[in-house]
Design a protein around this ligand. Structure first.
Ligand code: HEM
Length: 520
């Protein structure tokens, strides 16, 4: 008996010592060894590594200071505000530098060819890093977060849902949602003109577009069940606010199970989201007659795959994808619209050019897919907006094994950070006017706009590029065409230029815009 106890004690001691050793490696040895490894290759970085936090204290301080800054509204050089640590560290240590996000080593990569190599790796040697459990509750365990064969299988199932044929059908839904928003603008404008003889109206665009794009994704995802969809998405939006607030705090694995105030709130919202989505899917299952399909909205298309043998998505997988699509698809497009309106309020000549184009091609009709494809200048302005105010400010991958990247040896477990905001204004790729609004650079298409064909990384490149890019461009063109037909606008004097990254790039103090009816 005593013998057995001794063995158990020995095993316990060895296991504890191993754990302690691993913690010591992560906290002390790895930072020391990797810093040395990269220094030998000419890559340095901020020297203030603190145990557990890494460079997080510095990042937090820089972010806090940057958030207080109000920029000149004509300046599009926003890196110093949205990625202040990259801005400062790249000027001190060069464009490639090493920093520590807690215990995670991160290398900043601004070379587009290397970025392409990382993002296009066919063997999956650069994966998306694991995220905190709260992020999974928020985004859903769907296409954005899956990896390996699970991702391959899911992407294959979902690609057809985003084919042009399927998307074309959605334009009328997108237009109906937009017209309902514009009717409300018209109504308010009429009240304003009666009450104060004012022919203009100030509108806070950030809220308007957030509601519009969530309305559009609810309609295109859930068709007639959109109201329940909205319920789920409201819970998701609340969850997002909670998570953004704690995003630069250190996360200690295991703490997600503690019944803290914030965890209780996260669990509650997570349950709410799940229940609403479950109700929608069940009612769709019950309403299907034997022969028909589940419908031509995103939910219907995903549910139809259930009939296709190996392409089966179960209820839970469909639910997680619904969360993913809403999260990935609504705020990004909303912010694309916000920044397009902003840029066109500064560049009235372009606003007028686009209006003329829309009137020539669509008149006052609701645009269809043919008309949308002819809106060349609208497209160029949207691309220039995606360049200057890209909703996704950086991309991230982790090396799963020791890799050679250009002239760099990257040890396993290193995170590679691709600061899209910086690359999009690099003079090397975009020329001397890289910080200017110049949609003409896209006249010959995206691949010819810069010195490197992949310098525009708004939708990323490679196999994990944005599955919703055609959806969002179609949506943005539809919304912009309908607005341009009816309204002209200018920037309110109350606007404060303060782009901020809250999981996607948005104006920190909103976007107040003065609208007027277009005089035809
Ligand atoms: C202006 C609008 C949008 C922008 C700028 C944008 C940007 C991006 C980027 C940069 C990625 C790659 C992320 C990475 O590799 O780490 C991505 C992936 C993704 N996007 Fe979008 N997106 C937009 C709209 C949409 C829409 C409308 C949807 C869905 C309706 C959507 C769904 C997704 C999904 C599911 C992924 C993951 C794809 C995969 O990993 O296979 N996005 N998006």
């Amino acid at each position: 008996m005593g013998y057995l106890i001794a063995i158990a004690m020995l095993i316990f001691t060895i296991m504890t010592m191993t754990k302690i050793w691993r913690v010591c490696v992560i906290l002390f040895w790895r930072p020391y060894a990797l810093t040395k490894h990269f220094r030998k290759q000419g890559v340095t970085g901020p020297p203030t590594y603190s145990c557990v936090h890494g460079s997080l204290h510095d990042i937090k301080t820089m972010m806090k200071d940057a958030r207080k800054m109000i920029m000149d509204k004509h300046s599009h050089d926003i890196t110093q505000r949205v990625l202040p640590h990259y801005h400062i560290w790249s000027s001190l240590y060069g464009e490639r530098f090493l920093y520590w996000y807690g215990t995670q080593p991160r290398i900043c990569i601004t070379d587009v060819e290397l970025a392409k190599e990382i993002l296009s790796n066919k063997f999956g040697f650069y994966e998306k890093p694991k995220v905190r459990p709260s992020i999974i509750t928020l985004i859903g365990d769907g296409l954005v977060l899956l990896s390996g064969v699970d991702w391959v299988k899911r992407r294959r199932i979902l690609n057809p849902a985003f084919s042009m044929d399927k998307l074309k059908v959605m334009i009328s839904r997108m237009a109906a949602c937009t017209i309902s928003m514009l009717d409300e603008w018209n109504r308010q404008l009429a009240i304003e003109s009666i009450e104060s003889k004012n022919k203009s109206l100030t509108i806070e665009m950030t809220e308007q577009f957030r509601e519009l794009t969530s309305d559009i994704i609810a309609h295109t995802s859930f068709g007639s069940s959109f109201a329940h969809g909205r319920e789920a998405f409201n819970a998701q939006t609340q969850l997002q606010h909670l998570i953004v607030a704690s995003s630069s705090d250190v996360f200690i694995p295991g703490t997600q199970y503690f019944p803290t105030k914030s965890n209780l709130e996260i669990w509650k919202l997570g349950r709410k989201m799940k229940k609403s989505l479950q109700r929608i899917i069940e009612s769709r299952l019950n309403s299907q007659s034997d022969s028909s399909s589940y419908g031509d909205d995103l939910l219907g298309i995903m549910m139809d795959t259930k009939n296709d043998g190996p392409n089966k998505l179960n209820m839970n997988e469909i639910m997680e994808e619904c969360k993913t699509f809403f999260f990935a698809g609504h705020e990004t497009t909303s912010n694309l619209l916000v920044w397009t309106i902003f840029l066109l309020s500064l560049h009235k000549d372009w606003q007028e050019k686009l209006r003329q184009e829309v009137m020539e091609i669509c008149g006052m009709e609701i645009p269809d897919s043919d008309m949308l494809s002819k809106l060349k200048m609208v497209n160029m302005v949207l691309l220039e907006t995606l360049r200057l105010y890209c909703p996704v400010i950086e991309l991230e991958r982790m090396s799963l094994k020791d890799m050679k990247l250009g002239d760099l040896m990257i040890p396993r477990g290193t995170c590679l950070m691709i600061p899209v905001t910086m690359i999009h204004r690099s003079k090397e790729y975009w020329g001397e006017d890289s910080n200017e609004f110049n949609p003409m650079r896209f006249i010959n298409g995206v691949s010819k706009a810069a010195k490197h064909p992949n310098a525009l990384l708004a939708f990323s490149v490679g196999p994990r590029n944005c599955i919703g890019q055609n959806f969002s461009m179609m949506e943005a063109k539809t919304v912009m065409a309908l607005i341009l037909q009816r309204f002209s606008w200018s920037l309110s004097p109350d606007y404060q230029h303060a782009p901020v990254n809250n999981l996607s790039l948005q104006p920190q103090h909103g976007l107040p815009i003065i609208i007027k009816l277009v005089q035809l």
